[in-house]
Design a protein around this ligand. Structure first.
Ligand code: AMP
Length: 413
């Protein structure tokens, strides 16, 4: 498409236009361009979109426009899988709604509920919440959903991963039938699809994740390595100074902590974020990473989801994810806003099958790098050796079967 739709053409309220001007947004992103007109007409919507596409403004703007008068009743409810994402959505309501009079609050677990209850009591029009805490407050009768007119379920696939679907079904059962519902997900596993069908009435479909093109811009490399050598390999890679801002992914919280501790011990500034950390500690870690105070942030998939960090120079998959879609999400963190990025992945023998699934999904072979910790055993693993031992596959590899230690190789492959 040659012509560019501007926000002016979307016929938003002057107050919203003013807020967008303040943000210096003039051109809607593709999801905004496609979703906003239907949402302003009051239609339900299913949006297949990842973080970074501008999906938040795509639902926040039309909701603010359609809310009419502040009422101090909960008219809009947004569910998000993580506290970070809920907080970011709250910030978007604050930014885009700056010249309107609506009040919003954010509700999530891991902190005392007193302040959140107080905010609700004082009257809010918009609630952004994670499902667990919201359900707690509903059960304690601190909050009623009987006036909700706009309902948004964000990152539904993550909700599924985190086991939130039963909570979400309970929440949906409390909503009035007459409402506008919006559903966002980066991927559509069957359970997510089922939930969408249950929630939405004649939804408009909008899809904006040409995943292949995102992946194409990223320089991807594979490092075959034995599990017990991964920390040394990471240290070896981080000795290169051009890796200025590195997001390292692990599968478990335990491993995230271990890796961060290892790096700190070797004088590489790092921090870990995951669900067991307090909200304050997570916010601080993200801030330190954004400002460059900390060079390496180690995160689990769930903790990293929805965090808005630009300028990540490298993503390192210390452990490969067992779902190939997560690989695409992870590496997508390094090529934001048209920038180029680099993604390195460590692959041990027992992760070889994960690598096969990833290469199938992205429809390309990832280039293999030669390095001092190279493992032939990892590169050539097939059959049961290419999969995690069944009993331990959700835990760290501490107790994994002993692997034959391969000879180190310095040759190029
Ligand atoms: P999201 O996918 O909602 O997390 O948004 C990703 C980033 O894009 C956020 O930092 C937004 O502030 C920014 N953004 C959203 N819409 C626009 C737009 N139309 N023009 C420029 N930046 C935008």
């Amino acid at each position: 498409m040659d012509h560019k739709v501007t926000f002016k053409q979307l016929k938003l309220l002057p107050e919203l236009e003013r807020a967008l001007e303040k943000q210096k947004y003039t051109i809607p992103t593709p999801i905004q361009e496609k979703a906003i007109p239907s949402l302003l007409e009051g239609k339900d919507l299913i949006g297949i979109a990842q973080t970074g596409t501008g999906k938040t403004a795509a639902f926040v703007l039309p909701i603010l426009q359609r809310m009419k008068q502040p009422s101090n009743k909960v008219k809009a409810l947004v569910l998000a899988p993580t506290r970070e994402l809920a907080a970011q959505i709250g910030e978007s309501f604050a930014a885009y709604g700056e010249f309107l009079k609506f009040r919003h609050t954010t509700i999530f677990g891991g902190v005392g509920q007193g302040k959140q209850v107080q905010a609700i009591r004082q009257g809010v029009d918009i609630v952004i919440a994670t499902p667990g805490r919201l359900l707690d407050l509903i059960n304690q009768r601190k909050l009623s959903l009987s006036d909700v007119e706009f309902f948004v379920l964000d990152e539904a696939d993550r909700m599924l991963d985190m086991g939130f679907i039963p909570d979400i079904k309970k929440i949906i059962s409390q909503l009035p039938n007459h409402r506008q519902s919006l559903f966002f997900s980066a991927t559509m596993p069957s359970q997510v699809n089922e939930l969408a069908k249950r929630l939405l009435k004649n939804p408009v479909h909008v899809e904006v994740t040409p995943q292949a093109t995102t992946v194409e811009k990223i320089e991807q490399r594979i490092f075959f390595v034995d599990t017990q050598e991964k920390e040394q390999l990471l240290r070896y890679i981080l000795n290169q100074k051009h890796l200025t801002s590195v997001l390292v992914f692990t599968r478990t919280k335990h491993k995230a902590n271990k890796v961060a501790q290892f790096l700190t011990k070797h004088k590489i500034s790092s921090d870990a974020i995951h669900g067991n950390k307090s909200q304050g500690a997570r916010t601080q870690a993200i801030r330190n990473f954004k400002t460059g105070k900390v060079r390496v942030l180690v995160a689990t998939d769930i903790a990293a989801r929805g965090i808005d960090i630009d300028n990540i120079s490298h993503v390192i998959n210390f452990e490969l994810p067992n779902e190939p879609e997560s690989y695409v999400h992870r590496i997508g963190r390094t090529a934001r806003a048209g920038a180029e990025g680099t993604a390195y992945s460590f692959c041990a023998a027992e992760e070889r099958s994960y690598l096969n699934s990833i290469e199938k999904l992205i429809k390309q072979k990832i280039e293999v790098i030669s390095h001092p910790h190279h493992s032939d055993a990892a590169q050539t693993a097939v059959g049961s050796a290419s999969k995690p031992p069944p009993k331990y596959n959700r835990r760290s590899n501490r107790h994994a079967r002993p692997q034959k230690k391969s000879k180190r190789s310095f040759r190029r492959r």
